[in-house]
Design a protein around this ligand. Structure first.
Ligand code: AMP
Length: 475
């Protein structure tokens, strides 16, 4: 955030995907493919760090995995160990210095770290470390882990890491690597997913299992909340150094973020989304001619709704797949345009029809409003808009990117006000009970904070964003 004014921490920080390989002659190539499969988790920057046993080799850049990692670039990343990262963040001009994996060399050796999640006490720790003289290179929360490892009194790498993690709070699925080892771990609450797989004699780890499918690896298991896996030439060792806390994996991974073909938190994402659609049909039965999804994220829930309600599913909106997610465009004016550029109605399907439209969530309601307009212009006579999650009222502090509280329409508007704004005939959100029933049989074992404001881990209010030193050259 070079030169930016201080702002309160009422902001989702970033969305990321991570991938790692140990003991494969094509470690960087596999990491490239793994990141390719995880591209939906972040489209702003990407990076791979490999180890040839003596040196760490790094390549990071702004942009998409397939554009950045050309054959020539991959040739510069030799060795049998690698970790990689894809990132989308909301920060401004200093994005490349915040691209991960983050690499340091110093008293603690050469270390690379890749992080998915968000540390809620990073600023507090950073201020403390800076007061003792630590000099930070980025504005990333992840960097505090490295600094804490550097100042730890422990001697062994793993003990230093455990020491550092004991101080940090929040959400972190992490990959670390040294020249001869890979470490993969999840925070004790297990906010973000991370899975372990095998490929021939190699160990692979990925944010989502869809990355294993692409490289032909077998899914072995999920890394458990609070578990640290240390992988070196002697094999995979598992440690659980922290006291257990209630597990609160992020329910929004199921609703929107993860890929439907992935298995996370013990369930297939597609099946969960379909179940949410079925539940939606039970909560909002309607006399209608067709059910249409808002592509692509509303698709599995729309299938579930249509099957449960016995109403035919049709593709009334066609998506142009060569456009990035509209949500990511920073300016309101471009976002409006983005919906049109991304979606187009099929008039022959919609004309004279009573339509149920399914989407996964409403954030600012920009998309919904545009879509309803499109469907009416396509000839739909009635539009019932149902959302396969409860109203998103609260910001996430654990690594999902959405706007500030005041920009979340459900935070400041009633259901009827939102319906009027969107201009649909009916608007219905899935109930909290319905969501709970589908994802965990009614128990409260997920993080639902974006819906109910109950944050499992405390976060600071009104702490300014870290500022880059003004002399930092970012070009
Ligand atoms: P909005 O127009 O602001 O209401 O955005 C709603 C759309 O954004 C829905 O179609 C969602 O699929 C999508 N969406 C929800 N959460 C996110 C997120 N964190 N990042 C990107 N897109 C999102």
């Amino acid at each position: 955030m070079l030169g930016a004014a201080t702002m309160p921490f009422d902001k989702f920080r970033e969305e990321c995907g991570i991938f790692g390989v140990f003991n494969h002659p094509e470690a960087a190539n596999l990491t490239y493919l793994g990141l390719y499969a995880l591209q939906h988790r972040g489209q702003e920057s990407t990076g791979i760090v490999s180890s040839d046993g003596r040196t760490l080799h790094v390549h990071k850049a702004m942009g998409l995995v397939a554009d950045i990692f050309t054959e020539e670039v991959l040739k510069t990343l030799p060795g049998s160990i690698a970790i990689g990262h894809v990132r989308y963040s909301t920060t401004g001009s200093s994005q490349l210095i915040n691209a991960q994996p983050f690499v340091v060399s110093g008293g603690i050796g050469n270390i690379a770290i890749a992080h998915n999640g968000n540390l809620t006490n990073a600023m507090e720790i950073r201020q403390e470390l800076e007061s003792y003289g630590s000099i930070f290179q980025s504005t990333m929360d992840t960097e505090v882990i490295i600094h804490l490892m550097a100042v730890s009194r422990e001697r062994i790498f793993l003990d230093r890491l455990i020491d550092a993690l004991a101080r940090v709070k929040g959400a972190y699925s992490l990959l670390l690597m040294k020249e001869d080892a890979l470490v993969a771990l999840r925070d004790p609450h297990g906010f973000r997913p991370l899975s372990l797989g095998r490929l021939d004699g190699a160990t692979v780890v990925a944010s989502e299992s869809c990355a294993f499918d692409l490289i032909g690896a077998t899914f072995e298991r999920e890394i458990e909340p609070g578990e640290i896996l240390y992988v070196d030439k002697e094999g995979v060792k598992s440690f659980k150094p922290f006291d257990p806390v209630p597990q609160t994996p992020c329910v929004f991974e199921y609703i929107y973020f993860a890929r439907p073909d992935s298995l996370i938190f013990g369930k297939n994402v597609y099946e969960v989304r379909k179940g949410l659609g079925r539940q939606l049909a039970r909560e909002f039965p309607r006399e209608a001619d067709i059910v249409i999804p808002v592509p692509d994220s509303g698709m599995p829930a729309a299938i579930g709704y249509a099957q449960e309600a016995g109403i035919p599913l049709e593709l009334g909106l066609i998506r142009n797949h060569y456009v990035g997610r509209t949500f990511i465009e920073p300016k309101q004016s471009i976002r409006h345009f983005g919906v049109k550029i991304k979606l187009n109605p099929v008039r022959e399907i919609l004309k004279g029809k009573r339509v149920v439209v399914i989407d996964d969530s409403i954030v600012r309601a920009t998309t919904g409003r545009k879509i309803i307009k499109m469907l009416r212009s396509g000839g739909a006579t009635e539009i019932h808009f149902f959302i396969s999650s409860p109203p998103t009222r609260f910001p996430c502090f654990y690594g999902i990117d959405t706007p500030t509280k005041s920009e979340l329409i459900a935070n400041s508007h009633t259901l009827e006000e939102i319906r009027k704004y969107i201009t649909c005939d009916t608007l219905g959100y899935l109930s909290m009970e319905g969501l709970r029933k589908v994802v965990d049989g009614g128990r409260a074992s997920y993080c639902y904070a974006c819906f109910d404001g109950r944050y499992p881990v405390e976060f600071p209010v009104d702490i300014p964003e870290p500022q880059m030193p003004l002399f930092y050259n970012i070009s």
